[in-house]
Design a protein around this ligand. Structure first.
Ligand code: GLA
Length: 404
């Protein structure tokens, strides 16, 4: 019994940050990849980093059904602060772009059943050169609590990665001391890896709810694939540490942007679901094509991401351009499986596999149901072949249920 409980709770592996947040991967919007550090409110008022941007995105999140599917965090990224702290050393938002102040903005979100996230940096300055939290950790944690902030993304530019083990855990404690639950999003392991330091994922899990490991996503399939392959290599088995309360963060969703084809967008969304990744959309939800919105709003794919077990998929193997990924789900013996075709030749590849080859050799066989369109593929015995055509740079995502 103890062993069984241990399996359920992943004893000795996952002691998460004790703030009760991120029991499943957080969902919402994050402005960075799409809106960057656009300061041009004069000629581009709809898209500059300003309270108008976050409010108008929030309005759409509510009006178009995203919130009711779980997309609840509206996250500000870099470039929100004024150039200087106030006379008492507190951060203040840029007065022209956030004239109503941050507390007003968070209350706007709360009145709509949403949450507000903000961005800061552990170093002297943020990556874009705004005041960082160095020497102000406690002040900033208190300021964010005063503003009723719900999530802090904490970057690591302009700091020494050797200070991060102490620094990030100190910030985590200061956030906890405010008594306001604020989801803590850390870039800590990403910066450590970049300079060849092996991250201590136990410590990271104890101090952060989500954490970045790898490069920033850009608006291209190459970028998405490089992240998928980094997660596939899973160096140091960081996948094992994911679970309720703490998740690896492969960065934002670029579904709805410019760089991916329709099938590549499905591939990113499907893979992010498999990876138990935060689902933070970085797209202009005010202007999104219906077929891309439908991807982001696919309930069955979201359910894989939000599965209460919180397990991160691992790559079982690669065969040429074909990758097979498996994610255990909470209902005993069931799985989500993704078959990714990374080939870019112009016709679909017919992939033939057996249940044993996707890692589910249940003696009585399995039922396979494709997830995006909810199509029953069939029931198959462990050694029986099934054949799936998969588009170039596309995904086959399915649920696998054992037959008794
Ligand atoms: C870093 C982070 C990004 C984004 C930018 C902002 O590059 O990794 O996610 O926050 O800084 O400047």
């Amino acid at each position: 019994m103890h062993q069984f409980l241990c399996l359920l709770l992943l004893c000795g592996v996952v002691h998460g940050l004790n703030n009760g947040l991120a029991r499943t991967p957080p969902m919402g919007f994050l402005s960075w990849e799409r809106f960057r550090c656009n300061l041009d409110c004069k000629t581009d008022p709809e898209n500059c980093v300003s309270e108008h941007l976050y409010k108008s995105i929030a309005d759409v999140i509510v009006a178009e059904g995203y919130r009711d599917l779980g997309y609840e965090y509206v996250n500000i990224d870099d470039c929100w602060p004024a150039e200087d702290r106030d006379s008492e050393g507190r951060l203040q938002p840029d007065p022209d772009r956030f004239p109503s102040g941050m507390k007003n903005l968070s209350q706007y979100m709360h009145s709509k059943g949403l949450k507000l996230g903000i961005y800061e940096d552990f170093g002297k300055k943020t990556c874009a050169g705004y005041p960082g939290s160095e020497f102000f950790l406690r002040t900033d944690a208190n300021t964010f609590a005063d503003w009723e902030i719900d999530l802090l993304k904490f970057d690591g530019c302009n700091s020494d990665p050797k200070d991060m083990d102490v620094g990030y855990s100190t910030m985590s404690k200061f956030l906890n001391l405010t008594t306001r639950p604020m989801l803590f999003s850390c870039e800590w392991p990403g910066y450590l890896r970049a300079v060849g330091i092996k991250p201590n994922y136990q410590a990271i899990r104890e101090n952060c709810n989500i954490w970045r490991n790898y490069n920033d996503i850009q608006d291209s399939w190459d970028s998405v694939l490089s992240i998928i392959n980094f997660y596939g290599q899973n160096k140091g088995n960081f996948a094992a540490v994911a679970g309720p309360g703490g998740f690896n963060d492969p960065d934002e969703l670029i579904v709805g942007d410019f760089g991916l084809s329709y099938y590549q967008q499905k591939a990113q969304f499907g893979m992010w679901a498999m990876l138990a990744s935060p689902l933070f959309i970085s797209a202009d939800l005010r202007n999104i094509k219906p077929e891309f919105k439908a991807i982001l709003q696919n309930k069955r794919v979201i359910a894989i991401n939000q599965d209460p077990l919180g397990a991160q998929a691992t790559r079982l193997y690669e065969a040429g351009p074909i990758q097979v990924w498996l994610k255990p789900l909470a209902v005993n013996g069931t799985y989500a499986v993704a078959i990714l075709n990374t080939d870019n030749q112009g016709m679909p590849t017919k992939v033939t596999l057996t249940p044993a080859q996707i890692g589910v050799p249940n003696p009585n066989g399995i039922n396979i149901t494709e997830t995006f369109d909810n199509v029953h593929v069939g029931a198959f015995k462990p050694g029986q072949n099934f054949t799936i055509p998969i588009n170039p740079t596309g995904i086959f995502l399915a649920s696998v249920v054992p037959l008794s």
